[in-house]
Design a binder for this molecule. Sequence first.
Ligand code: UT7
Length: 326
Amino acid sequence: MIKTRIVSTGSYLPENRLTNFDLEKIVDTSAEWIVERTGIHERRIGTKDEAASDLAYEASKIALKKAGLKAKDLDMIICATVSGDLPFPSTACLLQNRLDAVNAASFDVSAACSGFIYGLYLADNLIKVGARKRILLIGVDMLSRVTDWDDRSTCIIFGDGAGAVILEPSKDESGIMSTDIRSDGSMWDYIQVPGGGSRTPFSKECLDKKLQFVRMKGNETYKVAVKTLESIALETLEKNNIKASQLSLLIPHQANIRIIQATAKRLGLPMEKVMVNIEKYGNTSSASIPIALDEALTSGRIRKGDYILLEAFGAGLTWGSSLIRW
Ligand code: UT7
């Protein structure tokens, strides 16, 4: 069966840096606590003029340029985001307009930090069955927009960013070997934005109670993440008859350095084989994997023939992993 390959990547991070020392001045925290408990030193925060589609546009332009393609060559745009420009229409449609990608059917995917893996699952299968030939997949989030800057348990974690990939049918053995996605809605309230939807529409009361901001049961989420990431990674590897020791690189969602280290340890992977950039960008939600993939490629950490595993975990709860032969 034909495989889907990633033809090119691009990423974009807003210029504005928010360091742990800046956060010390905003909430009751310390730079030391943040580094020790999360691995984050700083994160990027979009300016008030930047929205998700702007970040996605910059990342997409780079991916298109690297692939030597024009936007009209795309036949689909999938945007993984939970912090799009507007409740509707989709950020993918806004991006389509901005790029002038006239031939692309465009829609968003909502799976929070797992959104990119969910999008990859969709794009891969659509290409494999021959329904689409060239898909632009973007992970973009600006969780700074739903951050309560008085809540020290969440405001230290998130950052804004976007990563893009272009997918096409592969001409050889390289490409996505398989992607697994899962969810467990019984833990829907572990990470949520309670207000602004049809359950609790925006109102003065909603704003007074700060329901427009993200709430997270961090510790409970952490425990589920470590367990599920190991099991789904092993499932994807076993399905393809590949051992963890054969992986050249693990590219995990950058949620917390301790989750990344625990997963690597459970898989028996040394940290040299794990892509980490959480110290620079924090948790950029659905953007973290495509940004890390773009950086891994740019810095020469991926070579033709390498086995690469991507894995993510997020609100929903959702999780997934994808094995790629480069
Ligand atoms: O990306 C989507 C998925 N999300 C995740 O995977 C997030 C998973 N969770 C985490 O990364 C971690 O749970 C956090 C980084 C959010 C929190 O770290 P933790 O080690 O689980 O801390 P905790 O919530 O158990 O809190 C321990 C203590 C508490 O104080 P007491 O009750 O022991 O006195 C907190 O109040 O740390 C306190 N604390 C802080 N102290 C200083 C919480 N946040 C801070 C802070 N600065 N920013």
